[in-house]
Design a protein around this ligand. Structure first.
Ligand code: NDP
Length: 338
């Protein structure tokens, strides 16, 4: 079958494309700019015409994906802004929501005869409620309403984290609402993938560290450059997952019939920055040691994501923090970035 992957030059999406091709799917990717194409064509040249790229310049335009969806059997919608520097929250909420609903509408109106399933890359941002003072356990029943309320109340003055979290929560909510409202008309089902922070080696084109995607850029700063204070190394606890597990989950979400209609948390484990700093320092003692008084047995984890559904339905076996750190650091080293 043929799968449409939106934003196919992104950190997660390039891995999704790679796994789809390896599993024998044909892929049609979308990018915003012509300049994003050569690197991808080069990377997947051995797949010949099983990999094609089309340009969708503005995903917020009505009917943006009308042509791109034609004839595909499934869709992986990953394109969405992930950055922490929007002034107006609509800068990120707009494309997140309009892109997601627009993709579903295009599928309904122009590919309802062929598309069986749409996978939307959501996030644990759409699940959690930031609550640093309490220990909390989350599963797929939880929704982040808090960030939406914050952005509604504070607008531009809401935190950058809340603006991004709200964009993911609103986009995912809009996706489920779309399939619910069009029940009876849509011939496809929906799956949402909810990863927390995603790390691991990257395949997208990155010429300088400054051009890294948001999550890997923060990893590079925190682990390689030692930019976090002693306090920041242990006071922020959430979930993490290796990008190769995220892409594997996106492909399995198409292959496993039981995934249809499911929201699936794809998270390896709890962490604080010091866990990655320790793993990196062990791998290469020339890297910062961070807080040497840290005792992982007394790790101050406050946020826990239940990954049981991902294991039960998709059968994911998670990469360890050591593997993830080793492979990403190896890549930084080869690039001469430390
Ligand atoms: P990247 O920044 O590497 O990729 C984002 C992709 O979305 C790129 O293709 C980008 O295109 C596209 N995009 C961004 N803004 C727009 C816009 N306004 N209009 C059209 N396309 C746009 O990030 P990731 O791979 O990390 O993120 C991919 C998805 O995964 C997102 O939905 C993100 O929310 C989600 N996610 C990521 C996590 C992480 O830790 N990395 C964690 C949880 C979820 P271009 O290159 O042209 O800018």
């Amino acid at each position: 079958g043929k799968v449409l992957v939106s934003g196919c030059n992104g950190f997660i999406a390039v891995w999704v494309v790679k796994h789809l091709l390896e599993e024998g799917f044909s892929v049609r990717g979308t990018v915003r700019r012509e300049s994003s194409i050569p690197h991808l064509k080069d990377l997947f040249s051995s797949y010949g015409d099983k990999f094609e790229v089309v340009i969708v310049p503005d995903i917020t335009k009505e009917g943006a994906f009308d042509e791109a969806v034609k004839g595909v059997d499934a869709i992986e919608h990953t394109a969405s802004p992930f950055h922490m520097h929007a002034d107006d929250p609509q800068e990120i909420i707009g494309p997140a929501v309009a892109g997601t609903v627009g993709m579903l509408r295009s599928a309904l109106e122009h590919a309802n005869g062929t598309v069986k399933r749409v996978v939307v890359t959501s996030s644990c941002s759409a699940v959690l409620t930031v609550d640093p003072n309490h220990e909390r356990w989350y599963n797929e029943k939880n929704w982040n309403e808090q960030s939406i309320c914050e952005v509604e109340a504070k607008g531009r003055n809401a935190s950058n984290v809340d603006k991004y979290h709200a964009s993911k929560s609103l986009a995912e909510r809009a996706a489920w609402k779309f399939v619910e409202e069009n029940r009876g008309a849509v011939n496809f089902d929906l799956v949402t993938m909810n990863p927390p922070y995603v790390y691991g080696p990257f395949l997208q084109e990155v010429k300088r560290p400054e051009d890294l995607n948001t999550s890997i850029l923060e990893f590079y700063g925190s682990v390689v450059k030692g930019t976090k204070t002693k306090e920041q190394l242990t006071n922020f606890s959430t979930g993490w997952v290796d990008v190769r597990n995220v892409s594997e989950a996106h492909v399995l979400a198409l292959q496993k019939p039981e995934a249809g209609g499911e929201r699936i948390i794809v998270s390896c484990s709890e962490w604080v920055w010091q866990d990655f700093v320790s793993a990196a320092h062990k791998f290469d003692p020339s890297l910062p040691a961070g807080d040497t008084s840290y005792d992982p047995r007394k790790a101050p984890y406050t946020t826990h994501f239940d990954n049981a559904k991902s294991k039960r339905i998709l059968g994911i076996e998670y990469h360890s923090i050591e593997e993830c750190t080793r492979d990403l650091l190896g890549q930084f080293k080869r690039l001469g970035w430390y």
